[in-house]
Design a protein around this ligand. Structure first.
Ligand code: GDP
Length: 523
């Protein structure tokens, strides 16, 4: 197989959802279809088993658990599938967002009883910003949820995306009969009496009159809905899907593995192959460019505390990676031999022999790399666009525990902030240090790394949630600071306010209507 053919096989995506919608369950099902795990439960072990927060810090346990499940790879129907994990719950961090910079498509899992929830909304915004295709899986139909039509209008009203149902539930919960599959022109029966899982539709879109389902009122309802959708719904439009303007919607039940395979097959048919990536000079690097290139979107630290080693996750943008090859780190111009590199088959880390555009590799790192770095070979000399930074919502004051250790404290902060582990701010007048993050775990990892890697114990004092707005420096008057906001600078010396809450922000806007406040860097 040529490299081009290899690249065309790649399908690299992330699953986005709110905690408990069923991401883990569906991931396991997908891996099972791919033959990557023998039994469902492997992914779950990470979540429920030994993965309490304190264990995250326990290096030995963490090793091989979170890393292997960060990227899961399997083959299905002639495609090489890469699923990137976007952790939820307390693991939620900027890494979660950045991971979305490394995928070509997203799968959005929604709980049919809950509809669109907060975290789905946040993650969707990042995906939308990139205009990548989103495929929606509405889950837990075996349990009964909200009206399917309601759920579709939520996609439009809350997320602002048009939808096109690929199939439609026939009943729900106790009355769940199966799926009316518009796309494959068949009915997928939930609990078939006679092993006949799929029943073909005739020209009129119906099943043979002698089938028992025809007597079922929920079937009649589904036919009615189907007619309505035909008249008033969106048509499937591949171009709009690829542009991220239209999301194909699939219904199903991950737990009973119903509708998941149908979803996977249709998804793989339409999910895009690896895309070109923009450079800082606004040019693009095509995946088929023979020179190898890629960018680092995440650094997993503390693989081994004795060596301060880490794994830098690199998305290959072009060409082929071969073990032992030399590549240039464009930020420093330094040549690096890439010999200690892992790839991620679902259960074990393996040494990678070769990988191509679309794949993710884990590069062994002793402190060389930063998030956003470009590695390239040959004629490729222009770095990729920097990754966006994400506006933090959670804040902590931070100090060195031992005043005698200021030097290592500052060195640690500087390096970890540069690496993108947390955001750093200083109060405007007194210069007190504050850390900002999108998820609590970022602080804990930061604290742990300060101690382990820089021998600097720190004291963090929670400040809670804040709403951040940058202010035009020319308009700044220090008197604008009040008890409801904190005036601060970011690490580029840009002035900003941390508002107590939305109310405080509105109050400020009312008081200073001419002052320009910016949600800088937010997506
Ligand atoms: P995650 O937090 O999004 O990864 O969610 P999980 O996959 O861990 O699922 C959360 C809970 O919902 C678990 O108890 C699952 O067993 C359950 N669950 C997931 N999918 C389904 C489904 O299709 N039907 C039902 N009834 N429960 C489900």
């Amino acid at each position: 197989m040529t490299i081009e053919e290899e690249i065309k096989k790649r399908r690299t995506f992330a699953i986005i959802s709110h905690p408990d919608a069923g991401k883990t369950t569906i991931t396991e099902q997908l891996l099972k279809f791919g033959g990557a795990i023998r039994e469902a439960g492997t992914v779950k072990a990470r979540k429920t088993g030994n993965f309490a927060k304190s264990d995250w810090m326990d290096i030995e346990k963490e090793r091989g658990i979170s890393v292997t499940s960060s990227v899961m790879q399997f083959d299905y129907a002639g495609k090489r599938v890469n699923i990137l994990d976007t952790p939820g719950h307390e693991d939620f961090s900027e890494d979660t967002y950045r991971t979305l910079m490394a995928v070509d498509a997203a799968v959005m899992v929604i709980d049919s009883a809950k509809g669109i929830e907060a975290q789905t909304k946040k993650l969707f915004q990042v995906v939308k910003h990139r205009n990548i295709p989103v495929f929606t899986f509405i889950n837990k139909l075996d349990r009964g949820g909200r009206e399917p039509l309601d759920l579709l209008s939520e996609l439009e009203d809350i997320l602002g995306i048009q939808s096109v149902p690929m199939n439609w539930p026939i009943g729900m919960g106790k009355n769940f009969q199966g799926l009316y599959d518009f796309y494959n022109r068949r009915i997928e029966v939930y609990q078939p009496e006679d092993d006949e899982r799929f029943v073909a539709l005739d020209e009129k879109g119906e099943i043979p009159a002698e089938h028992t389902l025809t007597q079922n009122p929920f079937y009649a309802q589904a036919l009615e809905d189907a007619e309505l959708l035909q008249d008033a719904g969106n048509e499937f439009d591949e171009e709009a899907v690829i542009a991220g303007k239209l999301t194909p919607v699939f219904f199903g039940s991950a737990l009973t593995s119903f509708g998941v395979q149908t979803f996977l097959e249709t998804f793989l048919e339409y999910a895009p192959e690896p895309h070109a990536h923009k450079t800082v000079e606004d040019t693009e690097v095509e995946p088929f460019n023979p020179d190898f290139s890629g960018f680092i979107f995440k650094i997993q630290a503390n693989m081994d505390p004795r060596h301060r080693d880490r794994i830098a996750f690199l998305r290959i943008v072009s060409g082929e990676f071969e073990r032992g090859m030399d590549a240039t780190l464009l930020r420093t111009g330094k040549k690096i031999k890439l010999s200690n590199v892992t790839q991620f088959m679902a259960e074990a880390r393996e040494n990678v022999e070769n990988a191509v555009a679309g794949d993710i590799i884990g590069v062994y790192d002793t402190g060389t790399y930063q998030v956003g770095d470009t590695l390239a070979t040959g004629k490729l000399k222009t770095a990729f666009e920097p990754l966006p930074t994400f506006t933090p919502e959670l804040f902590m004051r931070v100090q060195a525990k031992n005043v005698m250790k200021q030097k290592s404290f500052h060195k640690g902060i500087e390096q970890l902030v540069q690496e993108g582990a947390v955001q750093l701010y200083r109060t405007y007048t007194t210069g007190d240090l504050m850390l900002g993050a999108v998820g609590q775990l970022q602080f804990e990892v930061f604290k742990d790394r300060m101690e382990r890697e820089y021998n600097a114990e720190i004291v963090m004092t929670p400040m809670g949630n804040k709403t951040v707005r940058w202010i035009n420096p020319d308009q700044l008057d220090e008197k604008m600071s009040s008890s409801r906001n904190i005036l601060a600078r970011d690490r580029f010396e840009h002035p900003l306010f941390l508002f107590e809450n939305e109310f405080a922000l509105r109050w400020f806007k009312d008081k200073y209507p001419d002052v320009e406040l910016m949600e800088q860097f937010s997506v």
